[in-house]
Design a protein around this ligand. Sequence first.
Ligand code: FE2
Length: 319
Amino acid sequence: MTAPARASLIRVARHELDDGTRDLLGKEVAARVAAADLDSDANEAILASIGAHALSEYLPGQFLRALTLYAATGAHALILANLPVQEFPPTPVSGFGTETDLAVTNALHFGLIQILGLTPYAVEYENDGRLIRNVVPNPAASGTTSSWGADSEFSWHTDNPHLPFGGPGLDPRRYVPRYLTFYAVRNDERVPTELAAVADATAALDATATDALRRADFEVGAPASNDTRHALAGTPVLEHGPDGDRARFDKGTTRALTPSASAALGDWSGALASMPARELVLNPGEFLIFDNYRVLHRRRAFTPGPAPTARWLRRCYAS
Ligand SMILES: [Fe+2]
């Protein structure tokens, strides 16, 4: 008899606005951002306060509570669906577009991060130092494992694993981003964002492998999307955190420094290949946040649709 498939340990809370609330919220935000050109980098604080104000006014109380408590409850991920969808320009497949055209979207995105009690930030060595990363199929990134790629599979990883784990009250830029947030603009290709809990991977490992992954016997480098080639040498892949194991991992940049670390890395890859996961197909107007310390993510290779309407997610780091 074959064993039943293991259910993923990942917890994803999902909340969906009703259409009436969505429309009122959209009108309110559009009216408040209309008076000026608001840029996502230069005017982030203004956009956040406009968005947070409107969201606080229109979101049902239980949604606001879920957002406020998210970081404290240890949930892996949260989705808020059916947010307002503005009129969008063509997908900026070269990577960057006119941010002032996206003021409604940015006010909602930054407003949600503010209600979550988090700080959005950028690092100077990635994405031109801009807060919002357009996750788009950029022809120039063809063949690379980057969020601008499409034709290469993005295997299980955590973002910017070449840094130490951070904590409250620290400059987030020096540490692994705690949370990744996304607002989905278009996903006609219906490409899933796949998530798995670190616990889904460790559940398949024996104590020898887990112990080896907790030793500082690895080198973990920066991913391809970074302009820096910085690497963390002598680091573990797994670390105990207050809410379970944390992982830093990118297959392309993680190297074992000892024979036992190399064996453990093989076991880890095997665990990733067989672990249960959740496939989230983000629809336009969906917001997703997940914990980049306790969640691994990936995106399989896909064929992008026509450039003007190709898949487009907006990503922002938050800690
Ligand atoms: Fe990523």
